[in-house]
Design a protein around this ligand. Structure first.
Ligand code: KG4
Ligand code: ZN
Length: 334
């Protein structure tokens, strides 16, 4: 029988806990933090405080739903980084205290690796080596995944992340934070060819989203000066067009990466992999180009602790543990 592990995720603005037994997720609890909405983005100090308030009830609920007693746990896993330092500290300190009191090992987990390994929670699982486009609020990377531990970033953004591009575009249009899911929602009924925006051209497998953000900003300033109701009248078309542009930038580079590596196992991960147009386009590219594509379940796209738990499962099997000297790392690399 494989290990029973409690996993904690607290890198940004979601407090999450999950229990895994022998590679099977028994519970997966996420407490979202509403406090950030009125500020139009995550406020680090408020996030840390909310983690402090949420962490014990979230862990309690995860254990209860899994029907697992504390005494049955064999390791405590936590997100070591990357993320907001104050947020990471709450999860790290809680994990250390809990593991020490139960006299069981600690497993520090890299959040970006965990987004990718979320593909190993359910079937079908990707075959190694595979490429993963990891797109979240803080990262945009193409990762070459050779096994559960060996991963290499072969392309990444030079400035904003794809999720940030969605959120900033949404903010310019007056939508609340986080705007990504709302752009997706309004885009469903819009014309994706209604508008076009200038994209930055960056070489090879790099991404850049600052150009499109500026292009949207100037375009809307000009149109709003002509007609103050321009955004309201065209919201759906704007959302659909912005979404198409961002998704095109992502799929362009993914095609390049498959050509460069010759790999046809292709996955997407991270919060933006919940985007319906990206999911649809990946399916189309897969069909047309003979790729095997892997799209995570919605609950495993945005931040969650099940992905930390599955990563910890493989680390446990490999004997890869941390200890009380392990510290959180805000800028941790893959
Ligand atoms: O992975 P995640 O939950 O947190 C980070 O690690 O950053 O990703 C959050 C990001 C946000 O920028 C959010 O707007 C974006 O994912 N997002 C979406 C969608 N759902 C979440 N962007 C576009 N379409 C969506 N459906
Ligand atoms: Zn994330």
């Amino acid at each position: 029988m494989g290990p029973i592990i409690l996993a904690i995720e607290s890198s940004c603005d979601d407090t999450a806990a999950a229990v895994i037994q022998n590679g099977t997720i028994l519970s997966n609890v996420v407490a979202n933090q509403e406090v950030h909405q009125k500020w139009g983005g995550v406020v680090p100090e408020l996030a840390s405080r909310a983690h402090m308030a949420n962490i014990i009830p979230t862990v309690d609920l995860a254990l209860k739903q899994a029907e697992i007693e504390k005494s049955q746990l064999q390791a405590i896993a936590f997100t070591q980084g990357p993320g907001l330092l104050g947020s990471l500290l709450v999860g790290t300190c809680f994990a250390k205290g809990f593991a020490q009191s139960l006299d069981i090992p600690l497993i520090p987990v890299n959040h970006m690796k965990a987004h990718i390994l979320a593909h190993f929670i359910d079937d079908p699982k990707p075959n190694f080596p595979f490429l993963c486009l990891t797109v979240s609020g803080g990262h945009t990377q193409i990762v070459l995944v050779e096994d559960h531990a060996k991963m290499t970033v072969i392309g990444e953004t030079l400035d904003d992340a794809a999720g940030e591009a969605f959120d900033k575009a949404a903010k310019i249009m007056g939508l609340p934070y986080p705007g990504g899911p709302l752009v997706d929602k309004y885009a469903q009924e819009g014309d994706e060819r209604a508008f076009d925006f200038a994209k930055s051209r960056v070489p090879d497998l790099s991404f850049s989203f600052s150009g499109i953000k500026t292009s949207i900003l100037y375009f809307l300033k000009k149109r709003m000066a002509e007609d103050p109701e321009f955004i309201d009248k065209n919201l759906k078309d704007l959302c659909a067009s912005i979404q198409r542009n961002i998704v095109e930038m992502l799929t362009d580079k993914l095609v390049k990466a498959t050509k460069k590596t010759g790999i046809k196992e292709v996955a997407i991960a991270g919060g933006v992999s919940a985007n319906s147009e990206l999911r649809k386009q990946l399916g189309i590219f897969g069909k047309n180009r003979g790729w095997n594509t892997y799209i995570p379940k919605f609950e495993y796209c945005t931040d969650n602790a099940a992905m930390i738990a599955i990563t910890a499962h493989y680390k446990y099997l490999a004997g890869d543990f941390g200890d009380l000297t392990t510290v959180p790392m805000a800028r941790m690399k893959i």
